[in-house]
Design a protein around this ligand. Structure first.
Ligand SMILES: C=C(O[C@@H]1C=C(C(=O)O)C=C[C@H]1O)C(=O)O
Length: 181
């Protein structure tokens, strides 16, 4: 059984820096709106499978991705399934602070974050960054655990803000995802 949280350390690049993407890859990686909504539009049945939700303390370098005051996050790791196929592995860092214990994002269960956060007109999203995860990346352990074919993967991450609550969402497209076809 693989250990969570899976590392997503990679060479993260801005959308302006990344090269060699197909139009389909750009369409999916640069999608500014809800990925959940986009996946639902491409499938009959959509589901979220929660792999792990655990409180973790961020390292110094990880803390720089969110506001400096954040040291502990609820690390939510899920699979997004379309028609029973795992299409996306997502890892979200949801800061844990003294005054947000009742934050609804900490109690989502099998409901997709996107169904909640994109309902709020106050949602803001920082620029999307892109990374490639080659055959040697630790993420491949999840790929083989899921009995998916070995494939160099593409992922994206961005920081969302809801009012003054910032959180990071990373999404890695698994083999079989539409953008690879
Ligand atoms: C941020 C979104 O929510 C999606 C759902 C997630 C979850 O439930 O953990 C994580 C990443 C996203 O792919 C979205 O729909 O864009």
């Amino acid at each position: 059984m693989i250990t969570f949280p899976l590392s997503l350390s990679a060479n993260w690049q801005s959308t302006a820096q990344v090269t060699g993407l197909s139009n389909a890859e750009k369409e999916w990686l640069f999608e500014p709106h809800s990925l959940t909504a986009k996946l639902k539009s491409q499938s009959q049945r959509f589901a979220v499978k929660v792999l792990s939700e655990q409180k973790v303390d961020l390292s110094q370098s990880q803390q720089t991705l969110l506001s400096e005051q954040v040291s502990t996050v609820l690390n939510r790791e899920v699979l997004l399934l379309c028609d029973e196929q795992p299409i996306v592995y997502a890892q979200s860092w949801l800061p844990v602070t003294s005054n947000n214990t009742n934050n609804q994002l900490h109690n989502m269960g099998e409901r997709p974050l996107g169904d909640v956060i994109f309902q709020d007109p106050a949602l803001r999203r920082t620029d999307i960054e892109i990374a490639r995860f080659d055959d040697n990346h630790s993420l491949q352990s999840l790929v083989s655990e899921l009995n998916l074919p070995n494939h160099s993967l593409l992922g994206r991450r961005s920081v969302f803000s809801l009012h003054n609550y910032q959180f990071l969402v990373c999404e890695v497209f698994l083999p079989g995802a539409y953008l690879y076809s």
